[in-house]
Design a binder for this molecule. Structure first.
Ligand code: MN
Length: 340
């Protein structure tokens, strides 16, 4: 089966100094090398993992880490133009998620529209809150200053992938003395789940009910905690700014991917809460191995129907402009070599 993967990262050489030291220096060196490869090695990894199509995104924190709005706007445009060239060289293997300068919400809306209507991108991936003015100040996207951006995403009918980044310095106190808990180990999860809850509880999805947000890592723990969150939120009286039970938004405005969370028990719990139609395959390359992700997914104890939905059918429905012939598993010469 040819899979479609959504959380697959790249970097540009000019931004190499801006990627945090997420893991040990030795492993990070290999990751940084792989982030820059948008050709033969990446395609060979995809072939070996049975991945037909990868939606590429600028690695975290990317444009969200720029403190100067003007530089953010210029860097986002240049990144997206470069990504469009990469996609054009392999249009049956690569698609693009826009990098967006949310330091300037109106500019981000315009850049999203340009990327979707002119560059053929499939949506956007944003790396958590956006810095503004300095590294200690961040804007979260539930604020009304972002309504113009969300309105445009809804009108364009494209999803926005809410990808992790580490918390602001002012929110790191609980981790004092525990640097090993940063990044994908734990801080990403807390940061991103909380950001998603801010979107839900702000009433954003009442204002824009057709908006779609994607979370990686099997939903950053939200599918397993949603009942309790919704149950207790319902008792918050005048603090409630949203119209529906919180579970409604998870089930109607969110998709989750398997990125970096290759565990069948967790996948089963996610499907039990959200249904197989709301789960999408991803690896999280090069922070994770495409082959490890696929060895797990291809052999997990799932029925064939659910495996096809998560592997490619749901992605085809969510991204109707993915080229024909991808994800059907039939012979398609233009797709290149296949391992299975
Ligand atoms: Mn990732």
């Amino acid at each position: 089966m040819g899979k479609i993967a959504l959380e697959e990262h790249f970097n540009l050489p000019e931004f190499s100094d801006e990627v945090p030291q997420y893991v040990s220096p030795e492993i990070m060196k290999d990751i940084n090398r792989r982030l820059l490869d948008l050709g033969a090695e990446r395609l060979a990894e995809m072939d070996a993992a049975g991945i037909d199509f990868s939606l590429l995104s600028l690695t975290s924190p990317g444009i969200q880490g720029k403190i100067d709005p003007k530089r953010a706007v210029a860097d986002a445009a240049r990144t997206n133009d470069t990504l469009a060239e990469v996609v054009a060289t392999n249009p049956t293997r690569f698609g693009g998620f826009a990098a967006l300068p949310l330091q300037d919400p109106a500019a981000a809306a315009a850049e999203l529209e340009r990327c979707v209507t002119q560059l053929g991108f499939h949506g956007a991936l944003v790396n958590g809150y956006t810095n503004i003015k300095d590294a200690d100040t961040g804007w979260y996207y539930d604020h009304e200053r972002f309504w113009t951006f969300w309105e445009r995403a809804e009108a364009l009918r494209v999803p926005v992938y809410l990808h992790p980044r580490d918390p602001l310095a002012g929110n790191q106190g609980i981790y004092e003395g525990h640097p090993e808990l940063f990044g994908a180990v734990w801080t990403f999860t807390v940061e991103t789940a909380t950001h998603a809850l801010r979107l839900m509880t702000s009433g954003l999805f009442d204002r824009f009910p057709k908006l779609t947000v994607i979370l990686g890592h099997l939903g950053e723990t939200l599918p397993f905690n949603m009942w309790r969150i919704a149950h207790r939120a319902a008792a918050m009286g005048d603090l409630i700014k949203f119209d529906k039970p919180l579970t409604h938004y998870l089930l109607n405005n969110f998709y989750v991917t398997t990125s970096g969370n290759f565990h069948t028990q967790t996948l089963n719990a996610t499907m039990a809460e959200m249904g197989a139609d709301r789960v999408l395959y991803s690896s999280d390359y090069p922070y994770e191995s495409m082959r490890e992700a696929s060895d797990w997914f291809d052999n997990a104890a799932l029925n064939d129907n659910d495996r096809a939905k998560i592997g490619h059918l749901n992605a085809r429905r969510l991204f109707p402009n993915i080229p024909e012939g991808i994800g059907h598993g039939e012979s398609a010469p233009e797709l290149g070599r296949r391992s299975r």
